[in-house]
Design a protein around this ligand. Structure first.
Ligand SMILES: *Cc1c(COP(=O)(O)O)cnc(C)c1O
Length: 375
């Protein structure tokens, strides 16, 4: 059985190389670079030859399992251009770890994450002109793994395809930051104990679109996903959730724990770690020192009580696309809970974290999380 190996890479350069369009014309996820990476897998022989070729449509049998039973998982990370022009990845090892965890959940094959990082670096090197240098722009990387055998049988995938495509993307925020309004509707559930919400599976996202459309028709941009009779908060849209409370002894930053219903976000983990380091005096954010950082369950009753007592300070989502996305309103049981935001559109905690993480991601400061592709 062959393992995934970057040393077997075969490269066939595109003969019709396109140029990256002017970045102000980019629409998220609509433009792709000249090349893509594919690696086939087969249950008998293991991982096949990794290939970088011209970006091209896939050809699959209509009975391919992915079209019927959704063995499909994905990752999302970005390549950033630093002030010296070097291209950097942000904690790609975390994405590889999570991709293997998702693959395990779908009985799809495991692979050596370091080898896939090498292949992604190679792909980035070939399409390096597509990593924008304009501030706030980056190149979104989409690794995907699907089951491909032609069969209507529901069983373990015997054939699979791993592929990686690249898409230049603009800043999540144009000049003005518009905080989002959330609808917390307990009738819609994204994830549940023992389910698959903690894996990045394609099948977790399609069912979230209709609830999102329904919320949008009522003037809310996103869903605040709740779970259970107690209306536990889990995530917001396709982002992790942070709540900031003012307690008697200072601020508390709360995010739900990794209890099987929460996607283990790389941004979530990074924000928690930046806050903990700040409290321990290991880095400094423009925030008070006495912050309690809590991974704990939090329910809607607590949000309502905190808001009524003037102790609800901030709410924001976290994810690779936006880093943080501030919330200014939560619709719940027929009325709106107001969440304060400052003039910048953020709260104090969200803004401090955003600036710090952006500075690391774009290589404005040296940090072990930020890895140049030449390394
Ligand atoms: C991808 C994703 C996130 C954020 O993960 P990051 O690694 O921070 O981008 C959060 N929640 C859901 C449901 C996601 O799919």
């Amino acid at each position: 059985m062959s393992t995934l190996s970057a040393s077997r890479l075969e490269i066939t350069k595109s003969t019709s190389a396109r140029k990256c369009p002017p970045v102000n014309e980019l629409v998220f996820g609509k433009t792709f670079t000249n090349h893509m990476l594919t690696v086939p897998w087969n249950i008998e022989s293991g991982w096949g030859t990794p290939k970088i070729e011209a970006y091209h449509p896939l050809s699959l049998d209509p009975s391919a399992v992915v079209f019927h039973y959704a063995p499909c998982l994905f990752e999302g990370l970005k390549a950033y251009r630093d002030p010296k022009g070097e291209i950097r990845l942000f904690r790609p090892d975390k994405n590889m770890e999570r991709m293997n965890a998702s693959a395990h959940r779908l009985a799809l094959p495991q692979f050596d994450g370091d080898e896939l990082i090498k292949l992604i670096k190679k792909l980035l090197e070939i399409d390096q002109e597509w990593v924008p240098s304009e501030p706030g722009y980056s190149l979104y990387i989409r690794p995907t793994l699907i089951g491909t055998q032609a069969s209507l049988g529901i069983s373990q995938s015997t054939e699979a395809l791993l592929f990686v495509i690249l898409s230049p993307v603009g800043p999540y925020y144009s000049s003005v930051v518009k905080p989002v309004a959330l609808e917390a509707n307990p009738d819609r559930v994204r994830a549940w104990p023992g389910g698959s919400g903690s894996s990045k599976l394609g099948a977790n996202y399609a069912p979230c679109i209709l609830p999102q459309m329904e919320s949008a028709s009522k003037g809310y941009q996103q869903n605040l996903w709740l779970y259970g009779e107690e209306h536990w908060l889990t995530e917001v849209g396709a982002m992790n959730l942070f709540i900031v409370l003012r307690n008697d002894d200072g601020l508390e930053v709360v995010t739900p724990p990794l209890n099987g219903m929460i996607l283990p976000g790389v941004t979530r983990d990074s924000l928690l770690s930046l806050l903990r380091d700040h409290v321990a005096g290991k880095n400094s954010l423009p925030l008070p020192k006495n912050i309690k950082v809590s991974e704990r369950e939090i329910k809607m009753g607590e949000i309502v009580d905190a808001a009524n007592a003037g102790r609800l300070v901030e709410a924001f989502g976290s994810g690779t696309a936006a880093v943080v996305s501030p919330v200014d309103r939560i619709g719940y049981k027929g009325s709106d809970i107001k969440v304060p935001v400052t003039e910048s559109g953020f709260g104090e905690v969200a803004e401090a974290l955003l600036n710090k993480l952006k500075s690391i991601q774009w290589g404005h400061e040296e940090h072990p999380w930020s890895v140049p592709i030449s390394s």
